[in-house]
Design a protein around this ligand. Structure first.
Ligand SMILES: C[S@@+](CC[C@H](N)C(=O)[O-])C[C@H]1O[C@@H](n2cnc3c(N)ncnc32)[C@H](O)[C@@H]1O
Length: 397
């Protein structure tokens, strides 16, 4: 088995060969090995973990995609109580930003800590060690409200230390989504911005594990770029704006996504890279527009809707037929619960690029949130046709 296939089988990660090669050379140099075969022969256990530490992307920040935390609070307020403690899981938790944001959101909303438990799990031992330290740099605060730091943190050397009464609400452990087990299922799982690094088979394996870990009526939160994959797999989108939450069950699954066509960029963006999280399926856009759309996408991921909108509008002013700009503006509008505007933008995107698979998926979700099952089915059928054509080599719909 080659190195790429080994890491895919072990952790689900679909890694770029050049990134892997760089990590491998770094490890070989550290171990004083000159023969690749010698290194590969000993690649298991602690050495495999050491290699993984070099290729994972534990990029996160506090209150990333704030809509998810608002829905979490409402869900816990509605379902937890003195006689029912909800079990919450953040997988992957990176350096603790996400599970601590869950804890702060709940405490700030006045939910008694006895009503919930929070676990944070990540493949990276180094990330778990940082999570336990609970010290965050200034840039980790780019998603929260202005008072967050003053309410829950104290300035220390190297950053901001989370208050012990919040930090103590989260338990951390190292673990792998592909073989994670729990005797008791979780009521809420945050699994955001990890499946974007997985290929189709690993995503399917991870989703079957996540499904087993989730209670029948539990909530699963994913990243916005991951939502269409979950809906395709048969999960049902929750009708809440900008939360990107799903439940088990739902309408007939869509087929797996076609291989995404990445946004055009002036230079190759290394994989795995959060900036490529949205598998936007458009014909190449001019380089300058591609860069700006990546910026808009980054803003969107940080919950900076106005900034994302401004960038997309500037792109459209220069190049009015940029389908991806309309697609992102649809996400901005959806984030503001403006479903009409979201629909208009996704329709505009499809007018320019009729085979824009992600726009079709989002329109299907929008229709099913509205309770319009027949429109949802029609958008899904169109998405299915796009998929089938892309796999039969027949080009765009
Ligand atoms: C980009 S971070 C996402 C963190 C957080 N959920 C968020 O959305 O900000 C991706 C994380 O996935 C973790 N990861 C990658 N493969 C994993 C696996 N097989 N099991 C558990 N965690 C994994 C990485 O270590 C990394 O910390």
């Amino acid at each position: 088995m080659n190195l790429q296939a080994l890491l895919r089988a072990h952790a689900g990660l679909d890694l770029d060969e050049a990134d892997l090669e760089r990590a491998l050379r770094q490890r070989m140099q550290l171990l004083g090995l000159s023969e690749r075969a010698d290194y590969l022969a000993g690649l298991a256990g602690a050495e495999l973990q050491a290699l993984l530490e070099l290729v994972v992307v534990p990029e996160s920040w506090l209150f990333r995609d704030p809509g998810a935390f608002a829905l979490l609070v409402r869900h816990v307020q509605q379902h937890a109580g003195p006689a029912r403690r909800l079990r919450l899981l953040s997988l992957p938790c990176a350096n603790g930003e996400e599970p601590y944001s869950m804890a702060m959101a709940l405490v700030d909303a006045g939910v008694p800590p006895a009503w919930f438990s929070i676990e944070g799990v990540d493949l990276s031992q180094e990330a778990i060690a940082r999570a336990r330290r609970a010290v965050f740099p200034a840039y980790a605060f780019r998603g929260g409200d202005a008072g967050l730091r003053a309410r829950h943190f104290a300035e220390v050397a190297g950053g901001y230390q989370l208050a012990p009464q919040i930090a103590s609400l989260v338990n951390f452990r190292q673990g792998n989504v592909l073989n994670l087990h729990s005797d008791v299922p979780y009521d809420v799982i945050f699994c955001r911005n990890m499946l974007i690094y997985f290929d189709g088979a690993s995503t399917a394996a991870a989703l079957s594990r996540l499904s087993a870990l989730l209670t029948p009526d539990g909530l699963l939160f994913v990243g916005h770029a991951e939502l269409p994959a979950l809906v395709r797999a048969g999960f049902q989108a929750v009708a809440e704006r900008a939360s990107f939450a799903v439940r088990k069950g739902g309408p007939a699954p869509l087929p797996p996504a076609p291989p995404p066509a990445p946004l055009a960029t002036p230079a190759p963006v290394p994989r795995p890279a959060p900036a490529l999280a949205t598998p936007l399926a458009s014909p190449p856009v001019p380089h300058a527009a591609g860069v700006r759309l990546h910026q808009a996408h980054d803003c969107l991921q940080r919950g900076q809707l106005a900034a994302a909108q401004a960038v997309c509008e500037a792109v459209l002013a220069d190049a009015p037929d940029t389908a991806d700009a309309h697609f992102l503006l649809g996400l901005v509008a959806d984030g503001r619960a403006d479903r009409n505007a979201a629909e208009q933008h996704w329709r505009a995107c499809l007018y320019l690029e009729p085979a824009h698979y992600e726009a079709l998926c989002h329109l299907a979700l929008l229709a099913s949130r509205r309770g319009d099952a027949s429109a949802a089915a029609a958008w899904q059928r169109r998405a299915t046709r796009v998929y089938a054509r892309s796999h039969s080599g027949g080009g765009r719909a």
